[in-house]
Unconditional design. Structure first.
Length: 260
């Protein structure tokens, strides 16, 4: 791995116990919005001689755990990159399996999310999602829409370029129809046309599996996010790693171009 990024990856922060890291991070300001690129399911399965789909099933368990952990910390928004606009390029059987997961997750986890006061939202174009999966996704949103706790965004059939292009199309329509004028358009106005309207930008972006790239995730919103990478594959992710990422986030100096 490049030496320049080595220091960002799993720092030796921790001879501490998981509980000790948790109580440490609770004493400093937490990121309001954490976004995660959950990567490495396929490699996790391959290492075990299992089909890639087994990696996705194992990854779902981590989704449940990371939602619980974020909720317990009192994080406001958690965005989980679940299926990109580019992931349709994968083998048909894998895509079909991925499309079945939300239906299963609905059965096993919806009630817990409701009980936790979690509000689920979807980021992405759901029109291309198979109807039974789409209904499951809508059910998550509808059953949790009045909840006021942690907001969990599932980015499904999400691509940042797609999101930005759709925003531009909508803006042009609104200018043509006279609903808005060009003068109104500034950065915060543009934000209202994005799928994350009303939400703070991610403070912290986590990517698992050792890939150091963004893969078309939240390009507009992560302009000033802190990025944290780990070699750990998503099905091996843990509450402890989430705490470690936050611990390191709290030690970063966010300057936004200014001098501190
Ligand atoms: C992430 O794991 C899950 C999705 C993108 C749906 P991958 O399936 O990309 O796993 P690798 O990168 O092939 O190991
Ligand atoms: C990014 O992972 C998308 C999700 C985690 C859903 P990919 O595995 O699709 O990204 P690339 O292809 O390695 O960039
Ligand atoms: Mg991948």
């Amino acid at each position: 791995m490049l030496d320049s990024i080595k220091r960002f990856v799993n720092p030796a922060s921790s001879s501490k116990s998981t509980e000790e890291i948790m109580s440490k991070i609770m004493k400093a300001p937490l990121p309001q919005h954490i976004a995660i690129i959950m990567d490495g399911n396929g490699r996790w399965a391959k290492k075990r001689g299992l089909p890639r789909t087994a990696g996705h099933a194992a990854g779902m368990i981590r989704v449940r755990e990371v939602i619980r952990a974020a909720d317990e910390l009192g994080i406001k928004v958690l965005t989980l990159y679940s299926f990109s606009t580019e992931n349709w390029k994968r083998p048909k059987q894998e895509v079909e399996y991925l499309m079945k997961l939300p239906i299963q997750f609905l059965k096993t986890d919806l009630q817990e999310l409701v009980d936790r006061n979690v509000r689920v939202q979807m980021l992405g174009d759901l029109s291309a999602i198979p109807p039974t999966t789409r209904s499951a996704l809508h059910e998550f949103v509808e059953r949790t829409q009045n909840n006021s706790g942690l907001i969990v965004n599932f980015a499904i059939n999400y691509g940042a370029r797609d999101e930005i292009m759709s925003a531009i199309h909508q803006l042009i329509d609104d200018v043509h129809s006279g609903k808005i004028t060009k003068d109104q358009l500034d950065e915060s106005f543009f934000h209202q046309y994005l799928l994350t309207r009303g939400l703070p930008d991610p403070d912290l972006v986590i990517r698992t599996s050792g890939e150091i790239r963004i893969s078309n995730f939240l390009l507009w919103q992560i302009a000033y996010s802190e990025l944290w990478f780990t070699e750990v594959l998503w099905p091996d992710f843990s509450k402890r790693l989430l705490y470690q990422a936050i611990d390191e986030f709290q030690n970063r100096s966010r300057r936004y171009g200014a001098v501190k």
